[in-house]
Write a protein that binds this ligand. Structure first.
Ligand SMILES: Cc1cc2nc3c(=O)[nH]c(=O)nc-3n(C[C@H](O)[C@H](O)[C@H](O)COP(=O)(O)OP(=O)(O)OC[C@H]3O[C@@H](n4cnc5c(N)ncnc54)[C@H](O)[C@@H]3O)c2cc1C
Length: 285
C-alpha cells in the first residue's frame, strides 16, 4: 500500500513496488518497462505526494534501499546519490564546515526529490547550490545536466517537466564556513519549523505554491478555513498552508478539501491557488 510510503499516510496499492539496488539494475528495469510500455514512477521519500485511494496502475521504483554514497570533492563540493536524505546531506555539509544547505535542514525529502521539486525554504532553494546532476533516461542511458540545463525555477525543474527520468546523483557547490555558525543556522531553522508546522500529524508540507504577492497560508486563514475539515482531512490549526491527515483521511477527502479551499480563496480574494504537491494515480488536483 502506498500509504506506507508517503508522509501523508494516504494511498492504495501499486501494481508492483520495486526497491532498486543499484544503478545497473535501475538502467535495465527502466529500459525494459519503457520498451513494453508499462508506466513507472520514481519515488523519493514520498513527502510531497498524494496517492489516489485506488493506488497506481504501474510500477513504483523506490530508491530507499539503493546503494548510497556521499563524498567531498575539492573541499567545497558534495557529490551524493539521489536517494540520500536531505538530512544526511545537511549533516555531512555541516561536519565538513560547508555552508549552503542549512535551509534544507528539516525538509523531509531525498536529494533527488529536492532537485526534482527545486525544494526551498527561508529565501533559499536548491538552485542556489546545485552544480550538476546525473540521471537515467527512459531508454536506460546515463546523462549529465549542468545547472542551466536543469531549468530550475520556483518548485520546477527540467525533471518535473517529465516523469520518466530518474535522478541518480547530484553535486552541490557549497561555501567553506564555520561549523558553529552552520549549526546555529540549522537549529534556528528547525526551531522555526517545529513552532510553525504541524509535525505531529501526517502531512505533505505546503499544499499550495506561494501565489505572487501573497502567502497561501495567510489567504486560507483569512478566508476562515483554519480547522475546516472534510472526512479525515483538515486545514491545520497550526499552519493553514498545511492539510493534515487526522487519522483516516482518504485521497478523495484531501482532493475535496483542496477544491473547497481553492474555490473559497478565489471567491474571497480573487487569487487562484496552485498545488505544490504531486499526485500519483487517478487523482487530479
Ligand atoms: C513536514 C514537511 C515539511 C516540508 N517542508 C518543505 C519546505 O520547506 N520546502 C519544500 O520545498 N518542500 C517541503 N516539503 C515537501 C517535500 O519534503 C519536498 O518537496 C521534498 O523535496 C520531496 O522529496 P521526496 O524525496 O520526498 O520526493 P517525493 O515526494 O517522493 O517525490 C516528489 C516528486 O519528485 C520525484 N522524484 C523523487 N525522487 C526522484 C528521483 N531520484 N528522480 C526523479 N524524480 C524523483 C517524484 O517522482 C515526484 O514527482 C515538506 C514536506 C513535509 C512533509
Amino acid at each position: 500500500m502506498m500509504k506506507n510510503h508517503t508522509s501523508f499516510k494516504i494511498g492504495g496499492p501499486a501494481d508492483l513496488f520495486i526497491y532498486i539496488n543499484n544503478e545497473s539494475s535501475l538502467k535495465i528495469i527502466i529500459k525494459e518497462l519503457n520498451s513494453i510500455d508499462i508506466p513507472f514512477f520514481i519515488l523519493g521519500n514520498g513527502s510531497n505526494l498524494l496517492v489516489s485511494d485506488d493506488g497506481y496502475r504501474g510500477v513504483v521504483l523506490s530508491l530507499a534501499k539503493s546503494e548510497k554514497n556521499i563524498i567531498l570533492k575539492n573541499n567545497d563540493t558534495i557529490i551524493c546519490s539521489a536517494g540520500i536524505s536531505l538530512a544526511r546531506a545537511c549533516v555531512f555539509a555541516m561536519k565538513n564546515s560547508l555552508s549552503g544547505l542549512e535551509f534544507a535542514w528539516g525538509i523531509p525529502g531525498t536529494c533527488g526529490g529536492a532537485l526534482f521539486m527545486n525544494a526551498g525554504a527561508y529565501g533559499n532553494d536548491i538552485s542556489n547550490i546545485i552544480k550538476n546532476s546525473k540521471y537515467i533516461d527512459k531508454n536506460g542511458n546515463e546523462k549529465t545536466l549542468n545547472k542551466n540545463e536543469m531549468k530550475l525555477s520556483y518548485r520546477k525543474s527540467f525533471y518535473s517537466e517529465f516523469n520518466d527520468n530518474c535522478i541518480i546523483s547530484l553535486e552541490f557547490k557549497l561555501k567553506p564556513s564555520y561549523l558553529d555558525k552552520i549549526k546555529e543556522k540549522m537549529y534556528e531553522n528547525i526551531h522555526k519549523r517545529k513552532s510553525k508546522q504541524p509535525l505531529d500529524y501526517p502531512n505533505a508540507g505546503s499544499i499550495f505554491k506561494r501565489p505572487e504577492g501573497y502567502f497561501a497560508g495567510t489567504l486560507i486563514e483569512n478566508a476562515g478555513l483554519k480547522e475546516y475539515s472534510i472526512g479525515g482531512a483538515m486545514v491545520s490549526p497550526k499552519h493553514a498552508g498545511f492539510i493534515i491527515n487526522t487519522g483516516d483521511a482518504t485521497a478523495e477527502d484531501v482532493k475535496k478539501l483542496i477544491d473547497y479551499i481553492k474555490k473559497t480563496v478565489f471567491e474571497k480574494f480573487g487569487v487562484l491557488l496552485e498545488c505544490e504537491i504531486k499526485t500519483l494515480g487517478n487523482i487530479n488536483l
